[in-house]
Design a protein around this ligand. Sequence first.
Ligand code: GDP
Length: 435
Amino acid sequence: MFEGLREKLTKAFKSLSGKGKISEKNVQDAIKIVKLSLLEADVNYKVVKSFIDDVKNKALGEDVLSSLTPDQMFIKILKDELIKLMGEKTPINLVHSPSFIMLVGLQGSGKTTTAAKLANLLKKKGKNPILIAADTYRPAAIDQLVTLGKQINIPVITGDRKNPIKIVETALKEIKDSGYNVAILDTAGRLHIDEEMMKELEQIKSLVNPDEVLMVVDAMAGQDAVNSAKIFDERLNVTGFVITKMDGDARGGVILSIRYVTNKPVKFIGVGEKIDEFEEFFPDRIANRILGLGDVLSLIEKAEQELDKEKMKKLGKKMFTAEFTLEDFQEQLKEIKKLGPISKIVEMLPGAPKIDTVSSEKEIKVVEAIINSMTPEERRNPKILNASRKKRIAKGSGTTVQDINKLLKNYEEMKKIMKMLKKGKFPASLRGLKF
Ligand code: GDP
Protein backbone atom coordinates (compact mmCIF):
# COMPACT_ATOMS: atom_id res chain seq x y z
CA MET A 1 0.00 0.00 0.00
CA PHE A 2 1.34 3.44 -1.01
CA GLU A 3 4.90 2.17 -1.51
CA GLY A 4 5.46 4.26 -4.67
CA LEU A 5 4.13 7.47 -3.16
CA ARG A 6 5.93 6.86 0.15
CA GLU A 7 9.28 6.38 -1.57
CA LYS A 8 8.95 9.62 -3.52
CA LEU A 9 7.73 11.72 -0.58
CA THR A 10 10.58 10.43 1.55
CA LYS A 11 12.98 12.01 -0.95
CA ALA A 12 11.32 15.38 -0.29
CA PHE A 13 11.93 15.41 3.44
CA LYS A 14 15.31 13.74 3.19
CA SER A 15 16.33 16.70 1.03
CA LEU A 16 15.77 18.91 4.09
CA SER A 17 17.65 16.84 6.62
CA GLY A 18 21.31 17.04 7.54
CA LYS A 19 21.75 20.53 6.12
CA GLY A 20 23.28 23.27 8.23
CA LYS A 21 21.01 26.12 7.28
CA ILE A 22 17.83 25.72 5.26
CA SER A 23 17.12 28.28 2.59
CA GLU A 24 13.79 29.17 1.06
CA LYS A 25 15.02 27.55 -2.14
CA ASN A 26 15.57 24.23 -0.30
CA VAL A 27 11.97 24.30 0.91
CA GLN A 28 10.68 25.29 -2.54
CA ASP A 29 12.57 22.32 -4.02
CA ALA A 30 11.13 19.92 -1.45
CA ILE A 31 7.61 21.22 -2.20
CA LYS A 32 8.26 20.65 -5.90
CA ILE A 33 9.14 17.02 -5.18
CA VAL A 34 5.91 16.63 -3.17
CA LYS A 35 3.88 18.11 -6.02
CA LEU A 36 5.40 15.75 -8.59
CA SER A 37 4.97 12.77 -6.26
CA LEU A 38 1.27 13.50 -5.88
CA LEU A 39 0.72 14.02 -9.59
CA GLU A 40 2.55 10.78 -10.34
CA ALA A 41 0.40 9.06 -7.72
CA ASP A 42 -2.62 9.98 -9.86
CA VAL A 43 -4.05 12.47 -7.37
CA ASN A 44 -6.62 14.79 -8.94
CA TYR A 45 -4.83 17.96 -10.19
CA LYS A 46 -7.23 20.29 -8.37
CA VAL A 47 -6.52 18.44 -5.15
CA VAL A 48 -2.77 18.70 -5.75
CA LYS A 49 -3.04 22.44 -6.39
CA SER A 50 -4.98 23.12 -3.22
CA PHE A 51 -2.73 20.82 -1.18
CA ILE A 52 0.46 22.44 -2.46
CA ASP A 53 -0.88 25.97 -1.87
CA ASP A 54 -1.59 25.07 1.75
CA VAL A 55 1.79 23.38 2.24
CA LYS A 56 3.56 26.41 0.73
CA ASN A 57 1.77 28.79 3.08
CA LYS A 58 2.84 26.81 6.09
CA ALA A 59 6.28 25.58 5.05
CA LEU A 60 7.61 28.84 3.73
CA GLY A 61 6.83 30.52 7.03
CA GLU A 62 9.66 31.20 9.44
CA ASP A 63 9.00 28.02 11.40
CA VAL A 64 10.51 25.53 8.96
CA LEU A 65 13.35 27.82 7.94
CA SER A 66 14.46 28.50 11.48
CA SER A 67 13.75 25.04 12.84
CA LEU A 68 16.59 22.84 14.04
CA THR A 69 14.80 19.88 12.47
CA PRO A 70 13.29 21.26 9.28
CA ASP A 71 12.64 17.79 7.87
CA GLN A 72 10.51 16.89 10.92
CA MET A 73 8.61 20.17 10.68
CA PHE A 74 8.01 19.52 7.00
CA ILE A 75 6.71 16.00 7.71
CA LYS A 76 4.37 17.42 10.35
CA ILE A 77 2.98 19.94 7.85
CA LEU A 78 2.47 17.21 5.23
CA LYS A 79 0.79 14.97 7.76
CA ASP A 80 -1.64 17.67 8.87
CA GLU A 81 -2.47 18.53 5.28
CA LEU A 82 -2.96 14.87 4.30
CA ILE A 83 -5.36 14.41 7.20
CA LYS A 84 -7.21 17.57 6.18
CA LEU A 85 -7.52 16.21 2.66
CA MET A 86 -8.99 12.91 3.79
CA GLY A 87 -11.26 14.58 6.34
CA GLU A 88 -12.40 13.61 9.80
CA LYS A 89 -12.95 9.97 10.64
CA THR A 90 -16.65 9.38 9.97
CA PRO A 91 -18.12 6.27 11.59
CA ILE A 92 -20.89 4.23 10.08
CA ASN A 93 -24.27 5.67 10.96
CA LEU A 94 -26.90 3.08 11.81
CA VAL A 95 -29.99 4.70 13.26
CA HIS A 96 -32.90 2.44 12.39
CA SER A 97 -33.46 -1.12 13.49
CA PRO A 98 -33.24 -2.91 11.20
CA SER A 99 -30.88 -0.54 9.52
CA PHE A 100 -30.18 -0.84 5.78
CA ILE A 101 -26.77 -0.41 4.22
CA MET A 102 -26.98 -0.27 0.44
CA LEU A 103 -23.80 -0.99 -1.49
CA VAL A 104 -23.52 0.49 -4.97
CA GLY A 105 -20.74 0.72 -7.53
CA LEU A 106 -19.43 -0.51 -10.85
CA GLN A 107 -19.04 -4.18 -11.67
CA GLY A 108 -15.78 -5.65 -10.42
CA SER A 109 -15.20 -2.90 -7.85
CA GLY A 110 -15.56 -5.44 -5.03
CA LYS A 111 -19.18 -4.90 -3.94
CA THR A 112 -20.09 -8.51 -3.26
CA THR A 113 -16.85 -9.18 -1.38
CA THR A 114 -17.34 -5.96 0.58
CA ALA A 115 -20.90 -6.94 1.54
CA ALA A 116 -19.56 -10.07 3.25
CA LYS A 117 -16.55 -8.29 4.77
CA LEU A 118 -18.72 -5.54 6.22
CA ALA A 119 -21.27 -8.03 7.59
CA ASN A 120 -18.42 -9.93 9.23
CA LEU A 121 -16.94 -6.77 10.77
CA LEU A 122 -20.31 -5.61 12.12
CA LYS A 123 -20.96 -9.06 13.56
CA LYS A 124 -17.63 -8.89 15.39
CA LYS A 125 -18.76 -5.54 16.78
CA GLY A 126 -21.88 -7.14 18.24
CA LYS A 127 -24.43 -6.47 15.51
CA ASN A 128 -26.77 -9.12 14.11
CA PRO A 129 -26.44 -8.68 10.35
CA ILE A 130 -28.17 -10.30 7.38
CA LEU A 131 -27.19 -10.07 3.71
CA ILE A 132 -29.43 -9.42 0.69
CA ALA A 133 -28.15 -10.58 -2.70
CA ALA A 134 -29.74 -8.33 -5.32
CA ASP A 135 -26.99 -8.29 -7.94
CA THR A 136 -28.95 -10.02 -10.69
CA TYR A 137 -26.78 -8.50 -13.42
CA ARG A 138 -23.39 -10.15 -12.88
CA PRO A 139 -23.68 -13.91 -13.39
CA ALA A 140 -22.83 -15.84 -10.23
CA ALA A 141 -22.83 -12.76 -7.97
CA ILE A 142 -25.74 -14.20 -5.94
CA ASP A 143 -24.07 -17.61 -5.54
CA GLN A 144 -20.82 -15.85 -4.58
CA LEU A 145 -22.59 -14.03 -1.76
CA VAL A 146 -24.34 -17.21 -0.61
CA THR A 147 -20.95 -18.96 -0.40
CA LEU A 148 -19.38 -16.05 1.50
CA GLY A 149 -22.40 -15.94 3.83
CA LYS A 150 -21.87 -19.60 4.70
CA GLN A 151 -18.20 -18.95 5.45
CA ILE A 152 -19.04 -16.28 8.00
CA ASN A 153 -22.25 -17.86 9.21
CA ILE A 154 -24.50 -15.01 8.17
CA PRO A 155 -27.78 -15.71 6.29
CA VAL A 156 -28.28 -14.42 2.76
CA ILE A 157 -31.68 -13.55 1.26
CA THR A 158 -31.81 -14.36 -2.45
CA GLY A 159 -35.54 -14.02 -3.26
CA ASP A 160 -36.44 -15.07 -6.79
CA ARG A 161 -32.83 -14.45 -7.96
CA LYS A 162 -34.13 -12.63 -11.05
CA ASN A 163 -35.72 -9.33 -10.30
CA PRO A 164 -33.80 -7.03 -7.92
CA ILE A 165 -36.88 -5.05 -6.92
CA LYS A 166 -38.74 -8.26 -6.06
CA ILE A 167 -35.73 -9.57 -4.13
CA VAL A 168 -35.66 -6.40 -2.07
CA GLU A 169 -39.42 -6.56 -1.44
CA THR A 170 -39.11 -10.17 -0.26
CA ALA A 171 -36.18 -9.17 1.96
CA LEU A 172 -38.13 -6.32 3.53
CA LYS A 173 -40.88 -8.75 4.53
CA GLU A 174 -38.46 -11.38 5.81
CA ILE A 175 -36.39 -8.98 7.85
CA LYS A 176 -39.27 -7.15 9.53
CA ASP A 177 -39.48 -8.32 13.16
CA SER A 178 -36.80 -10.98 12.50
CA GLY A 179 -34.28 -9.80 15.08
CA TYR A 180 -31.65 -8.90 12.47
CA ASN A 181 -30.66 -5.32 13.11
CA VAL A 182 -28.52 -4.58 10.03
CA ALA A 183 -29.29 -5.59 6.46
CA ILE A 184 -26.49 -5.23 3.93
CA LEU A 185 -27.74 -5.03 0.39
CA ASP A 186 -25.55 -5.99 -2.59
CA THR A 187 -26.82 -4.35 -5.78
CA ALA A 188 -26.05 -4.77 -9.47
CA GLY A 189 -23.27 -2.77 -11.05
CA ARG A 190 -22.37 -2.37 -14.71
CA LEU A 191 -19.02 -2.05 -16.43
CA HIS A 192 -19.86 1.59 -17.10
CA ILE A 193 -22.41 3.96 -15.66
CA ASP A 194 -25.73 3.58 -17.43
CA GLU A 195 -29.20 4.98 -16.99
CA GLU A 196 -30.92 1.64 -16.42
CA MET A 197 -28.63 0.86 -13.47
CA MET A 198 -29.10 4.31 -11.92
CA LYS A 199 -32.88 4.11 -12.18
CA GLU A 200 -32.89 0.66 -10.59
CA LEU A 201 -30.68 1.89 -7.74
CA GLU A 202 -32.88 4.95 -7.17
CA GLN A 203 -35.93 2.72 -7.00
CA ILE A 204 -34.28 0.34 -4.52
CA LYS A 205 -33.08 3.24 -2.42
CA SER A 206 -36.57 4.67 -2.06
CA LEU A 207 -37.91 1.21 -1.19
CA VAL A 208 -35.49 0.48 1.66
CA ASN A 209 -34.75 4.00 2.94
CA PRO A 210 -31.15 3.07 3.84
CA ASP A 211 -29.17 4.67 6.65
CA GLU A 212 -26.06 4.27 4.54
CA VAL A 213 -25.55 4.25 0.79
CA LEU A 214 -21.93 3.27 0.42
CA MET A 215 -20.29 3.37 -2.96
CA VAL A 216 -17.63 0.71 -3.43
CA VAL A 217 -14.69 2.08 -5.41
CA ASP A 218 -11.65 0.24 -6.75
CA ALA A 219 -8.44 2.03 -5.71
CA MET A 220 -6.65 0.67 -8.77
CA ALA A 221 -9.06 2.46 -11.13
CA GLY A 222 -7.51 5.85 -10.32
CA GLN A 223 -9.18 9.06 -11.42
CA ASP A 224 -11.78 7.18 -13.50
CA ALA A 225 -13.06 5.86 -10.21
CA VAL A 226 -13.17 9.35 -8.71
CA ASN A 227 -15.16 10.60 -11.71
CA SER A 228 -17.67 7.75 -11.37
CA ALA A 229 -17.91 8.51 -7.65
CA LYS A 230 -19.00 12.04 -8.48
CA ILE A 231 -21.73 10.80 -10.83
CA PHE A 232 -23.00 8.15 -8.40
CA ASP A 233 -23.13 10.74 -5.65
CA GLU A 234 -25.05 13.22 -7.78
CA ARG A 235 -27.71 10.60 -8.53
CA LEU A 236 -27.89 8.68 -5.27
CA ASN A 237 -26.57 11.10 -2.67
CA VAL A 238 -24.19 8.50 -1.23
CA THR A 239 -23.27 8.67 2.44
CA GLY A 240 -19.71 7.48 2.01
CA PHE A 241 -17.21 5.29 0.22
CA VAL A 242 -15.48 1.97 0.63
CA ILE A 243 -12.15 1.95 -1.20
CA THR A 244 -11.17 -1.61 -2.14
CA LYS A 245 -7.93 -3.19 -3.35
CA MET A 246 -5.79 -0.76 -1.37
CA ASP A 247 -3.32 -3.63 -0.99
CA GLY A 248 -2.50 -3.49 -4.70
CA ASP A 249 -2.35 0.27 -4.97
CA ALA A 250 1.13 1.77 -4.71
CA ARG A 251 -0.07 5.27 -5.54
CA GLY A 252 -3.01 6.36 -3.42
CA GLY A 253 -4.63 8.73 -5.94
CA VAL A 254 -8.18 7.67 -5.17
CA ILE A 255 -8.03 7.84 -1.41
CA LEU A 256 -6.39 11.27 -1.55
CA SER A 257 -8.83 12.75 -4.04
CA ILE A 258 -12.27 11.32 -3.39
CA ARG A 259 -13.24 13.35 -0.33
CA TYR A 260 -12.09 16.64 -1.80
CA VAL A 261 -13.92 15.97 -5.08
CA THR A 262 -17.22 14.69 -3.62
CA ASN A 263 -17.14 16.09 -0.09
CA LYS A 264 -18.22 12.63 1.17
CA PRO A 265 -16.12 10.54 3.57
CA VAL A 266 -14.37 7.23 3.06
CA LYS A 267 -15.67 4.88 5.74
CA PHE A 268 -13.88 1.59 5.08
CA ILE A 269 -10.97 0.22 3.10
CA GLY A 270 -10.41 -3.23 1.60
CA VAL A 271 -6.83 -4.39 2.03
CA GLY A 272 -6.88 -7.91 0.58
CA GLU A 273 -9.07 -10.63 -0.84
CA LYS A 274 -9.75 -12.40 2.45
CA ILE A 275 -12.87 -11.67 4.47
CA ASP A 276 -11.00 -10.11 7.38
CA GLU A 277 -8.81 -7.94 5.17
CA PHE A 278 -11.07 -4.97 5.72
CA GLU A 279 -10.57 -1.96 7.97
CA GLU A 280 -12.35 1.08 9.24
CA PHE A 281 -10.86 4.16 7.66
CA PHE A 282 -8.73 6.30 9.98
CA PRO A 283 -7.35 9.32 8.06
CA ASP A 284 -4.55 9.94 10.57
CA ARG A 285 -3.33 6.34 10.42
CA ILE A 286 -3.38 6.38 6.63
CA ALA A 287 -1.43 9.66 6.62
CA ASN A 288 1.17 7.95 8.82
CA ARG A 289 1.40 5.00 6.46
CA ILE A 290 1.80 7.28 3.44
CA LEU A 291 4.63 9.14 5.15
CA GLY A 292 6.36 5.96 6.33
CA LEU A 293 5.62 6.76 9.99
CA GLY A 294 4.05 3.35 10.55
CA ASP A 295 0.65 2.41 11.84
CA VAL A 296 1.36 0.68 15.10
CA LEU A 297 -2.17 1.34 16.39
CA SER A 298 -3.77 -0.71 13.61
CA LEU A 299 -1.20 -3.43 14.19
CA ILE A 300 -2.03 -3.57 17.89
CA GLU A 301 -5.75 -3.65 17.14
CA LYS A 302 -5.23 -6.49 14.71
CA ALA A 303 -3.17 -8.36 17.27
CA GLU A 304 -5.92 -7.86 19.85
CA GLN A 305 -8.54 -9.20 17.47
CA GLU A 306 -6.62 -12.09 15.99
CA LEU A 307 -4.29 -13.44 18.63
CA ASP A 308 -5.19 -15.78 21.43
CA LYS A 309 -4.18 -13.52 24.30
CA GLU A 310 -3.98 -16.19 26.97
CA LYS A 311 -1.79 -18.36 24.79
CA MET A 312 0.55 -15.49 23.90
CA LYS A 313 0.85 -14.46 27.53
CA LYS A 314 1.74 -17.99 28.57
CA LEU A 315 4.24 -18.38 25.75
CA GLY A 316 5.70 -14.94 26.45
CA LYS A 317 6.36 -15.88 30.06
CA LYS A 318 7.77 -19.23 29.08
CA MET A 319 10.14 -17.67 26.57
CA PHE A 320 12.24 -16.38 29.44
CA THR A 321 12.59 -19.81 30.99
CA ALA A 322 14.58 -22.89 30.09
CA GLU A 323 11.31 -24.72 29.37
CA PHE A 324 10.64 -22.86 26.14
CA THR A 325 10.52 -25.76 23.67
CA LEU A 326 10.23 -26.04 19.92
CA GLU A 327 6.61 -26.99 20.53
CA ASP A 328 6.06 -23.57 22.13
CA PHE A 329 7.90 -21.97 19.25
CA GLN A 330 5.59 -23.75 16.82
CA GLU A 331 2.54 -22.42 18.72
CA GLN A 332 4.00 -18.93 18.69
CA LEU A 333 4.59 -19.01 14.94
CA LYS A 334 1.02 -20.19 14.38
CA GLU A 335 -0.31 -17.25 16.37
CA ILE A 336 1.89 -14.66 14.71
CA LYS A 337 0.90 -15.89 11.26
CA LYS A 338 -2.65 -14.81 12.05
CA LEU A 339 -1.46 -11.22 11.68
CA GLY A 340 -1.00 -11.77 7.94
CA PRO A 341 1.99 -11.85 5.64
CA ILE A 342 5.24 -10.30 6.87
CA SER A 343 5.12 -7.72 4.08
CA LYS A 344 1.90 -6.29 5.53
CA ILE A 345 3.24 -6.26 9.08
CA VAL A 346 6.45 -4.52 8.03
CA GLU A 347 4.44 -1.87 6.19
CA MET A 348 2.84 -0.88 9.47
CA LEU A 349 6.17 -0.36 11.23
CA PRO A 350 7.67 3.13 11.43
CA GLY A 351 10.13 3.75 8.63
CA ALA A 352 8.64 0.81 6.68
CA PRO A 353 11.97 -1.02 7.15
CA LYS A 354 13.47 -2.52 4.05
CA ILE A 355 13.31 -6.21 4.86
CA ASP A 356 13.44 -8.92 2.25
CA THR A 357 9.97 -10.15 3.17
CA VAL A 358 9.91 -12.82 0.47
CA SER A 359 12.96 -14.61 1.85
CA SER A 360 11.80 -14.09 5.46
CA GLU A 361 8.49 -15.68 4.54
CA LYS A 362 10.39 -18.58 2.96
CA GLU A 363 12.59 -19.03 6.04
CA ILE A 364 9.54 -19.21 8.28
CA LYS A 365 8.04 -21.86 6.00
CA VAL A 366 11.23 -23.93 6.28
CA VAL A 367 11.22 -23.62 10.08
CA GLU A 368 7.57 -24.61 10.27
CA ALA A 369 8.03 -27.58 7.96
CA ILE A 370 10.94 -28.84 10.09
CA ILE A 371 9.10 -28.48 13.39
CA ASN A 372 5.97 -30.09 11.93
CA SER A 373 8.01 -33.13 10.87
CA MET A 374 9.35 -33.69 14.38
CA THR A 375 7.70 -35.97 16.89
CA PRO A 376 6.21 -34.24 19.96
CA GLU A 377 9.05 -35.71 22.00
CA GLU A 378 11.67 -34.22 19.68
CA ARG A 379 9.96 -30.83 19.89
CA ARG A 380 10.01 -30.93 23.67
CA ASN A 381 13.55 -32.20 23.87
CA PRO A 382 15.58 -31.36 20.74
CA LYS A 383 18.72 -32.77 22.41
CA ILE A 384 17.67 -36.26 21.28
CA LEU A 385 17.99 -35.25 17.64
CA ASN A 386 20.80 -37.50 16.41
CA ALA A 387 21.96 -37.87 12.81
CA SER A 388 19.37 -40.45 11.80
CA ARG A 389 16.49 -38.48 13.31
CA LYS A 390 17.67 -35.36 11.52
CA LYS A 391 17.83 -37.26 8.22
CA ARG A 392 14.27 -38.47 8.73
CA ILE A 393 13.02 -34.95 9.53
CA ALA A 394 14.84 -33.46 6.53
CA LYS A 395 13.20 -36.00 4.26
CA GLY A 396 9.76 -35.48 5.78
CA SER A 397 9.92 -31.69 5.56
CA GLY A 398 11.63 -31.39 2.19
CA THR A 399 14.57 -29.59 3.81
CA THR A 400 18.21 -30.44 4.53
CA VAL A 401 20.12 -31.50 7.63
CA GLN A 402 21.92 -28.14 7.43
CA ASP A 403 18.55 -26.37 7.64
CA ILE A 404 17.76 -28.37 10.77
CA ASN A 405 21.14 -27.60 12.34
CA LYS A 406 20.65 -23.90 11.58
CA LEU A 407 17.26 -23.93 13.27
CA LEU A 408 18.63 -25.72 16.34
CA LYS A 409 21.54 -23.29 16.59
CA ASN A 410 19.19 -20.29 16.37
CA TYR A 411 16.91 -21.86 18.96
CA GLU A 412 19.79 -22.37 21.40
CA GLU A 413 21.06 -18.82 20.78
CA MET A 414 17.61 -17.42 21.40
CA LYS A 415 17.31 -19.33 24.65
CA LYS A 416 20.70 -18.01 25.80
CA ILE A 417 19.72 -14.44 24.98
CA MET A 418 16.40 -14.78 26.79
CA LYS A 419 18.12 -16.18 29.86
CA MET A 420 20.59 -13.30 29.97
CA LEU A 421 17.87 -10.72 29.37
CA LYS A 422 15.99 -12.17 32.30
CA LYS A 423 19.06 -11.75 34.49
CA GLY A 424 19.38 -8.19 33.23
CA LYS A 425 22.60 -8.87 31.33
CA PHE A 426 23.06 -8.05 27.70
CA PRO A 427 24.79 -10.75 25.70
CA ALA A 428 27.95 -9.75 23.85
CA SER A 429 26.22 -10.18 20.51
CA LEU A 430 23.76 -7.43 21.40
CA ARG A 431 26.18 -5.01 23.03
CA GLY A 432 26.57 -1.80 21.14
CA LEU A 433 23.20 -2.11 19.53
CA LYS A 434 20.95 0.89 19.98
CA PHE A 435 17.39 0.30 21.07
P1 GDP B 1 -18.38 -6.89 -7.67
O1 GDP B 1 -18.58 -7.17 -9.14
O2 GDP B 1 -18.32 -5.41 -7.42
O3 GDP B 1 -19.37 -7.58 -6.81
O4 GDP B 1 -16.91 -7.40 -7.32
P2 GDP B 1 -16.40 -8.65 -6.46
O5 GDP B 1 -16.81 -8.53 -5.05
O6 GDP B 1 -16.72 -9.92 -7.17
O7 GDP B 1 -14.82 -8.39 -6.51
C1 GDP B 1 -14.08 -8.39 -7.72
C2 GDP B 1 -12.68 -8.95 -7.44
O8 GDP B 1 -11.98 -8.07 -6.59
C3 GDP B 1 -12.71 -10.30 -6.72
O9 GDP B 1 -11.73 -11.12 -7.28
C4 GDP B 1 -12.35 -9.95 -5.28
O10 GDP B 1 -11.69 -11.00 -4.62
C5 GDP B 1 -11.43 -8.77 -5.48
N1 GDP B 1 -11.37 -7.87 -4.32
C6 GDP B 1 -12.38 -7.25 -3.67
N2 GDP B 1 -11.91 -6.47 -2.67
C7 GDP B 1 -10.55 -6.61 -2.68
C8 GDP B 1 -9.47 -6.04 -1.89
O11 GDP B 1 -9.65 -5.24 -0.98
N3 GDP B 1 -8.22 -6.44 -2.23
C9 GDP B 1 -7.97 -7.31 -3.25
N4 GDP B 1 -6.69 -7.64 -3.51
N5 GDP B 1 -8.94 -7.83 -4.01
C10 GDP B 1 -10.22 -7.50 -3.74
